[in-house]
Design a binder for this molecule. Structure first.
Ligand code: 5AD
Ligand code: FES
Length: 373
């Protein structure tokens, strides 16, 4: 990818012409991904204008509760993979999860995300069902709830939907099936087609469906990223969360760290992915991923500026945050939820955004889809 990134030099003219188009070919997207300097500024100006026009400057909060780092899977890039014996595993009690949800509600966050490692046991499915009902009850129906707990059966997804979850995040990680299989073990538990089936099931059940990819993975090309953008569009996704891949020393992919773009280049490419996606899919929700902030202290704010409209402040009790290390340098691991909130108010204002409290901030794309527009 290093080579490809430096391969192209396009004129301002070409980029501004592409940005005026109403649809984009794979080659257009590659050119946008490779733009630099004034061309990049042009792209960011366009994506920022489109965001203001189509979804406004409001930024919605999703209080993130990372309630367990126990994971049955073994993804080659992830710090909490099952085989990583250095991880201190934790599982919040129901009481701790409900307290975190209450914190989000009392601080008028509007929505929460329940996230954990993957667990497909019937007991886990029951536990989530009960938690969903209790969170709906404690917030008097006010808190919107997204789930991000991996691949599950269609019937489990349906049960959770009926119990009150209305959004689901399941990253495809990469839309290139061959690359997917390079970054995951070669077994039935890590199957590209199954992941895709899950996304289709979620959409059919009626969830606002979110996915995403990692940017700057070893073996990934600019062409792959252009295909990721086309995949989001063709699938008709409602929400996207994507961010830079950050190597973790206790994972197998660490062996390929020499082949990576620099952290700054991965960061830059992630901002361009957000901006181009905003131009491509004007009315979806796009999250400014926490991984952006692991590289640049103002990473999430920069994401907001170029097109993202969602931030997921961590409301997991501070005690456990260090142990949910998907990648190294994860920011804010030493803070308590209340500190996070104060910090974010100031940060979003810096990015010309306006935090919108108490509203769900549903994806406009989803609402139109529901109405059949
Ligand atoms: N770098 C960046 N993102 C990662 N994730 C997991 N490991 C890493 C890493 N090393 C992301 C994956 C996953 C999400 C929960 O976190 O995209 O879906
Ligand atoms: Fe847990 Fe990938 S390691 S889902």
């Amino acid at each position: 990818m290093l080579f490809l990134l430096r391969q192209f030099e396009k004129t301002m003219d070409t980029i501004s012409k592409i940005l005026e188009q109403s649809s984009f070919s794979h080659s257009d997207l590659e050119q946008l991904l490779l733009c630099v300097g004034d061309e990049k500024s042009l792209l960011f100006k366009k994506s920022s204008d489109i965001k203001t026009l189509f979804v406004g400057n409001k930024v919605y909060f999703r209080g993130l509760i990372e309630f367990s780092n126990v994971c049955d899977k073994d993804c080659y890039y992830c710090g909490i993979r099952n085989s990583n014996l250095f991880v201190r595993r934790y599982n919040l009690t129901d009481g701790e999860i409900l307290d975190a949800a209450r914190f989000a509600d009392e601080n008028r966050f509007g929505s929460i995300v329940l996230q954990s490692g993957e667990n497909c046991s019937p007991a886990f499915a029951d536990r989530i069902t009960n938690l969903l009902k209790q969170i709906k009850q404690l917030s008097k129906g006010k808190l919107g709830i997204s789930l991000s707990v991996g691949e599950q059966s269609e019937s489990v997804y349906r049960r959770w939907f009926e119990a009150g979850a209305h959004r689901y995040l399941l990253r495809i990680e990469t839309s290139n099936q061959a690359l997917f299989h390079k970054i995951h073990p070669d077994d039935l538990h890590h199957d590209f087609n199954r992941r895709m089936d899950c996304l289709h099931a979620l959409k059919a059940i009626g969830y606002q469906t979110g996915t995403g990819v990692m940017i700057g993975l070893p073996f990934q090309t600019i062409s792959d990223l252009a295909n990721d953008l086309l995949f989001f569009q063709q699938f008709g996704i409602d929400m996207v969360g994507m961010g830079p891949y950050i190597e973790h020393s206790d994972t197998p992919l660490y062996a390929f760290r020499d082949q990576l773009l620099s952290l700054q280049e991965r960061f830059d490419l992630s901002l361009k992915m957000i901006a181009i996606l905003r131009v491509l899919m004007k009315d979806i929700n796009i999250a400014a991923a926490t991984a952006l902030q692991a590289i640049d202290p103002l990473g999430r704010e920069k994401g907001i500026k170029v097109g993202a409209n969602i931030i997921m402040p961590n409301v997991t009790p501070g005690l456990y945050r260090n142990d949910y290390s998907l990648y190294e340098n994860k920011p804010c691991v030493d803070e308590e939820p209340a500190q996070c909130k104060g910090c974010l108010d100031a940060r979003v204002a810096l990015a010309n955004g306006e935090i919108c409290y108490e509203e769900w901030g549903d994806s406009i794309h989803f609402m139109k889809r529901k109405k059949g527009e």
